[in-house]
Each structure stands twice: as structure tokens, then as C-alpha cells.
Design a protein around this ligand. Structure first.
Ligand SMILES: *[C@@H]1O[C@H](CO)[C@@H](O)[C@H](O)[C@H]1NC(C)=O
Ligand SMILES: *[C@@H]1O[C@H](CO)[C@@H](O)[C@H](O)[C@H]1NC(C)=O
Ligand SMILES: *[C@@H]1O[C@H](CO)[C@@H](O)[C@H](O)[C@H]1NC(C)=O
Ligand SMILES: *[C@@H]1O[C@H](CO)[C@@H](O)[C@H](O)[C@H]1NC(C)=O
Length: 459
């Protein structure tokens, strides 16, 4: 178009030059047939590109990814639980509860799918809208480029920026951030808020036989044992035990069919390095407990069947001298409470030099006592403790139906709180062991021969 304008102009000039030098009125007629530069279009394109940038964020793809991951973990678990139920069904043992577990799992999966559906629909919209916007942008850019060749230099930089935005926008559709491992001490689920349930309530394989015991899941399971549950019952005088029993799944535990069976520490019960008291935990393929008749933590390696011991400080109360208690009763042989959380194993106890106040130590690997913290809560004023995210929680007896998580001690900040006011609905009067499972955010309790679990809610 410019050419179109220039040529007649040049022709005019040569014409005037060629004319003999007479008084001639020379009139140049310049017709500007060119369209004005579409500044408004450029600004619209710019707006669309920046909108596109803010709409498509890596967080959006991460959300979908984590939902899918959740589903990926849940579905095989359900499949396994259902097939175990089918395998072990003898038409009699089937309690309504075992079906309730599957029903609960199904419900959770359904909720996950609904959220996934909602997210997917939103993403579909986003993809459609973004694709349309990108097509429009491309067309506009191509049109704008024709002006560019006419040296609309001032806008060249803007155009380059737009192109970069476009590129960014297109790349924004790919997941650019990978989920990373949480750093040490990081609480993946946020702040402990509340407990609901019970979610599981079962008499297990030996209904009513053993009042004291413990059960749960290994937070750091060995390969192939990810869905295993373990149980320890105090078979000798409600005080001692010499084995740990395994179940291949939660439903197997509920119906009382133990596939791998017992793993024995020693044939005698009690004897040196067998289990004393109910506050036992399993971690990384080893059982941690108070060794019989010692102020020591025992670690029983399930693979090698070897026991390693860790003596606690001189003055540590043991043999029922520093128990968990409430006003009417003390729980025998609960001097040493083993606990697990995201970071490993802990032991809660008291000593003579601490005048009965609760003391907390990290149990390190290889077996050694790590850092120790002193609390200002009296151990005999507490009924149980557990750890979550490096925070110690303690419970007290309110009445036969209610237990209260009243106290916390944060090992990172040293802050103590005495007014948590989180209540647990009990199915039996006494919680003899209580432990947090970081794999599924459940509290596992053993109460008067019942196995009960609660869901922990985080903020
Ligand atoms: C997904 O959501 C849409 C609309 O809300 C609904 O029609 C559809 O049935 C849902 N699909 C599933 C699998 O839930
Ligand atoms: C996509 O566009 C439709 C209509 O044009 C609008 O209703 C919807 O909110 C947009 N969705 C997104 C995620 O931008
Ligand atoms: C905890 O959950 C129960 C219901 O399960 C509710 O009544 C209570 O108010 C909750 N407590 C807090 C502190 O959110
Ligand atoms: C158990 O012993 C085996 C063989 O020595 C070792 O590889 C494994 O780490 C031990 N497990 C624990 C939890 O100490």
C-alpha cells in the first residue's frame, strides 16, 4: 500500500522536474489509503495474553495430579480389601463392621471421584477457553505483524513481549512444577485440629480375651507389607507379651484372619527382652517396646529376630512406678510410652530427678537416645500420649465415654499448651495404648480388648 502511494508521488516529482521552467502551479495530491494502526487491537491482544497467563497456572495442574495420586493409592487398597474379604468369607465370621470398612473406603473414593470430576470439568473449560483465546491471539498477532513490516518500530518491543507471553501461556499448560518431598519437620497435613470417629471399632480375633494391647500400621513399612496391620496383646497377666501378630489388611484384622501369623520374640513369657506393658509401636520393620523388667527400650528386628536394647537415663521410672493414671486408676506397666510420627520413633517417660514430670526423647537410628525435652505436665496426671509432626499430645480421662486431648508440647518451638479441648468419643472406659499413624492420619487405640481408630483432622 505504501508502494502504491510512493510511486505516483515519484512520478509526480519527475513530471514537475521535466516540465519547462514556467510558472506552473504544481499540486501534489497525496491519498493516504492506509488504515490507521490498530492500537486498540494490540491492547486487546495484550489483555488476552495476560489473562491467559493468570488463568493457566502450574497449581491448577498440581491439583489434578494430587487427586489422581490419591485415587491411584486408594483403588488398589479397596480391591485388595474386597478380595481379602471374599477369600476369607466363611459366611459366619463376617461382621457388619468389616463391610462398613469397605463401605467407608468406597465413600471416600466416591468423594475423590466427585472432586476429580469437578476439577476435570473446570480444566476442560479452561483448556477450551484458552485454546480459543490462543487462536484469536495468533490471528491478531499475524495481522499486527503486517503493520510491523511497515516499521511500526515503536510497537515492535510490545509485540515481542506479547510473543513471550504467548509462549509462557502455552507452556503454562504443561505441569512445570513437580511435587517435592516435604523438608524435615514440615507438617504435610497442617496443624492438628480435631479427631472424628471411631472409624474402626472391632473386637478382632480374640474378643474379650486380652484387655491390654496395642495395634496399628507401620509408618515406614517394608516392601509388600504396605497394607499390613500389627497387633500385640498382653497375654500374661495383662502385663507381658512375647510376640507380635500380623494381618494382611484392615478387613483381615477385623474378621480375625491372621495370614502371616505371629512373630515370636522368645518362647518364654516374660523373659529378658520380651514385651512389658501395652505402649508398643512398629516402625520400619522393627517393634519398639519397654523391655521386661528394665528401664530400657527394646527394638525387635522382625527380619533377623534380634533384639537391641537402649538404656534410658539413670533414675528412669519403670516396673509400674511412673504409670499413666486418672483419678480412679493407674494403667499397669505404662512407664514407657513408645510413639511414632512422620519423623520416626519417640519415647515418653519420667524420672526421679524430674519429680514425675513427663520427659520426651527422640529414639535415633542406629539405636540411640537423641534429643530430650522436659515438660511441665505430671505423668500420672495423663492417661496417654502420642506424637504427630514433632508435637507431643497428652490425654486425660473425663468420664467413661469421653477422653480429652488437653495438652501439647511442640518440640520445634518448645511451646506448651494446656487447653486444647479436643474430645475423643470412647467405646470402652480405658485407652491403654494410643498412637498416631502418619500413613493414614489415624489414631489407633486399644481399649479394654477393643481396637478402635479415629481420623485426625488437620487445619
Ligand atoms: C461429573 O459431573 C457432571 C456435571 O456435574 C455430571 O453430569 C456427571 O455425571 C459427573 N460424572 C461423574 C463420573 O460423577
Ligand atoms: C470459559 O468460558 C465460558 C463462557 O465463555 C465461561 O462461562 C467460563 O467461566 C470460562 N471458564 C474458564 C475456566 O475461564
Ligand atoms: C471436633 O469435632 C466434633 C464433631 O466430631 C465437633 O463437635 C467439635 O466442635 C469439633 N471441635 C473443634 C475444636 O473443632
Ligand atoms: C534388621 O536387620 C537387617 C539385617 O541386619 C537390617 O538390614 C535391617 O535394617 C534391620 N532393621 C531394623 C529396623 O533395624
Amino acid at each position: 500500500m505504501k508502494l502504491h502511494v510512493i510511486i505516483p508521488l515519484c512520478a509526480l516529482l519527475t513530471l514537475t522536474q521535466q516540465t519547462p521552467s514556467r510558472d506552473v502551479n504544481c499540486r501534489c495530491e497525496l491519498t493516504h489509503s492506509e488504515k490507521a494502526f490498530p492500537h486498540d487491537k494490540l491492547s486487546t491482544a495484550e489483555d488476552s495474553a495476560s489473562k491467559c497467563n493468570s488463568n493457566v497456572t502450574p497449581q491448577k495442574t498440581l491439583e489434578l495430579e494430587s487427586l489422581l495420586l490419591g485415587l491411584e493409592r486408594r483403588v488398589p487398597q479397596l480391591q485388595e480389601d474386597v478380595s481379602v474379604l471374599e477369600r476369607e468369607d466363611d459366611g459366619q465370621l463376617y461382621s457388619v463392621l468389616s463391610l462398613l470398612v469397605v463401605e467407608n473406603e468406597l465413600l471416600e473414593i466416591k468423594q475423590l471421584i466427585n472432586r476429580l470430576n469437578r476439577t476435570m470439568l473446570a480444566h476442560q473449560w479452561l483448556t477450551t477457553n484458552t485454546t480459543n483465546e490462543l487462536d484469536d491471539l495468533r490471528a491478531e498477532m499475524q495481522e499486527l505483524e503486517t503493520y510491523d513490516t511497515m516499521q511500526v518500530v515503536k510497537r515492535q518491543q510490545d509485540n515481542q513481549r506479547l510473543k513471550r507471553d504467548l509462549d509462557k501461556c502455552m507452556h503454562g499448560l504443561q505441569p512445570t512444577t513437580q511435587p517435592t518431598q516435604p523438608p524435615h519437620g514440615y507438617c504435610p497435613h497442617g496443624q492438628f485440629r480435631n479427631v472424628t470417629g471411631p472409624r474402626v471399632y472391632t473386637a478382632g480375633e480374640y474378643p474379650g480375651s486380652y484387655a491390654y494391647g496395642a495395634w496399628g500400621r507401620d509408618p515406614k513399612p517394608e516392601a509388600g507389607k504396605e497394607n499390613f496391620y500389627w497387633m500385640v496383646v498382653l497375654t500374661s497377666g495383662n502385663k507381658f507379651s512375647n510376640y507380635v501378630r500380623f494381618y494382611s489388611s484392615l478387613s483381615a484384622l477385623i474378621v480375625g484372619v491372621s495370614t502371616p501369623g505371629n512373630i515370636q520374640i522368645h518362647s518364654s513369657n516374660p523373659t529378658t527382652n520380651t514385651i512389658q506393658g501395652p505402649n508398643v509401636v512398629l516402625y520400619g520393620g522393627a517393634l519398639y517396646y519397654n523391655c521386661y523388667n528394665q528401664d530400657a527400650v527394646c527394638r525387635f528386628n522382625l527380619t533377623t529376630k534380634a533384639v537391641t536394647t537402649l538404656r534410658l537415663a539413670k533414675g528412669t521410672r519403670f516396673n509400674s512406678k511412673g504409670n499413666f493414671c486418672h483419678l480412679d486408676d493407674c494403667y499397669l506397666f505404662t512407664d514407657l510410652d513408645l510413639a511414632t510420627d512422620e519423623s520416626g520413633v519417640w519415647v515418653i517417660y519420667t524420672t526421679t530427678q524430674d519429680f514425675g514430670y513427663m520427659v520426651l526423647s527422640k529414639v535415633e537410628e542406629p539405636l540411640a537416645l537423641g534429643q530430650t525435652w522436659r515438660t511441665s505436665v505430671y505423668k500420672q496426671g495423663v492417661t496417654n500420649t502420642f506424637m504427630a509432626c514433632g508435637v507431643l499430645y497428652a490425654t486425660r480421662y473425663v468420664n467413661k465415654d469421653t477422653e480429652e486431648i488437653f495438652y501439647s508440647f511442640d518440640t520445634t518451638t518448645g511451646v506448651e499448651r494446656f487447653n486444647l479441648g479436643i474430645f475423643i468419643n470412647k467405646m470402652s472406659p480405658n485407652i491403654y495404648s494410643l498412637n498416631y499413624s502418619p500413613v493414614d492420619q489415624m489414631l489407633h487405640a486399644y481399649c479394654n480388648s477393643y481396637m478402635v481408630s479415629y481420623k485426625v483432622l488437620f487445619l
